[in-house]
Design a protein around this ligand. Sequence first.
Ligand SMILES: Nc1ncnc2c1ncn2[C@@H]1O[C@H](COP(=O)(O)OP(=O)(O)O)[C@@H](O)[C@H]1O
Ligand SMILES: N[C@@H](CC(=O)OP(=O)(O)O)C(=O)O
Length: 452
Amino acid sequence: MALKVCKFGGTSLASADQFRKVAAIALADADRKIVVVSAPGKRDKPDTKVTDLLIAYAEAKLNGTGVEQVAQTILDRFAGIIEGLELPREEFEQIAGLLKSRGEGDRSHRARYTDSIKALGEEFSARLLAAFLHKEGHDFIYVDPKEAGLVLSDEPGNAQVLPESYELLRSLRDNAHRIIFPGFYGYAKNGNLVAFPRGGSDITGAILAAAVQADVYENFTDVDNVFAADPRIVDNPAAIHEMTYAEMRELSYAGFSVLHDEALQPAFNAKIPVHIRNTNNPESRGTLISLERHNHELPVVGVAGSSDFCSIFLSKYLMNREKGFGRRLLQIIEDADLSYEHTPSGIDHISVIIKESTFTSEVEQQVLQRIRAELQPDKLIVQRGIALIMIVGDGMSKQIGVAKRATGALADARVNLEMINQGASESSIMFGIQNSDMNKAIVALHGAFFNS
Ligand SMILES: Nc1ncnc2c1ncn2[C@@H]1O[C@H](COP(=O)(O)OP(=O)(O)O)[C@@H](O)[C@H]1O
Ligand SMILES: N[C@@H](CC(=O)OP(=O)(O)O)C(=O)O
């Protein structure tokens, strides 16, 4: 018998009807031993995810205004699901009670308090799904991440799994029941509830899959497969049925929101294939992500982009002769508590690419002052509003002319290139362009590699 861990995203649990689909998928295969769930997501485009409602609830509690209204919206969402699943009234009372009592918790640390509230979306989803399956006569139980041993670093909203979790979680494998597990959060060693970054239920699923040595990690979402470009940007993008961990890691980091980029590491380390599938169309083939792919024809498997980066550009004659220049520059970045994304360089120049949200004007002033004083560059320019576009494919290094095809397509679309950087692994090329050109560039690059 195989062992499968499956994760259902927010769109898969957005309403009672969606819960029923999830239950049917879980029941369709007895190998689906562990089911990880997200909080109810959007039912349609203008809708709001429960996680965002809970964050608004935490804000309202912290600021002391508008609490009742947002609490009502949250409770209405769950009341609709409970009613649609024909669950007893006590389920609703339990949720309302938990929301209220958790809301009264310690508010002295904003981020910590917000984590404790926003995790409730996943907890409620998991409790309701378990209650529904139980009512229908199936042997599923709700498992609490604290009891199971999902131990995380104590970094609110940005937690990372600690190695001991894997040993502790392994025993889920031998649990006599099938398991419903809430995604997105765990507990620090000091007992504090801590959440992963947004989209982190994908990470929970991958950790559990690695811990129990699952045969496959099925990640159910609302698309038939991973596409070669974001379907919200490109009409009818090409379907990708197979890709490697490395390709998916680069693409999800670069903008494919279908899978959290940090979810791949646990699966990759434990060599567990990840199968992206559609809750609304479980018959579709999906996308299998594993160590190697069999289809080697495609030099590029995907084009992704994200906006709002900035670059710190330095040039200095004979920079190449100055030992430790790069190290000293990156030390200044580190001292400002910044992390960097890329460092494209040439003999006399180097750029450091940083997320714009972290590079406030105050931080900019400090950093530039130190760079001028300690490195004496000939030129120092900060450019904001940069989008980074990546074309990714393990087959790229073996094919001649990939960069030419890409730059040709960008030129035809009249996209101005600010920078180009080929990843050291030769499986990606990054283009820095203006934010406003991002979608145009993605459409052009998708066309160049997939429309022929
Ligand atoms: N390259 C891509 N392939 C497929 N989906 C993508 C891609 N890029 C972005 N997406 C978006 O990711 C969405 C699924 O991710 P997400 O909304 O986080 O789902 P879930 O609620 O299941 O976690 C899709 O609906 C799609 O709009
Ligand atoms: N509900 C959390 C965690 C998550 O993974 O959600 P989703 O599976 O809907 O992306 C969030 O919105 O960030």
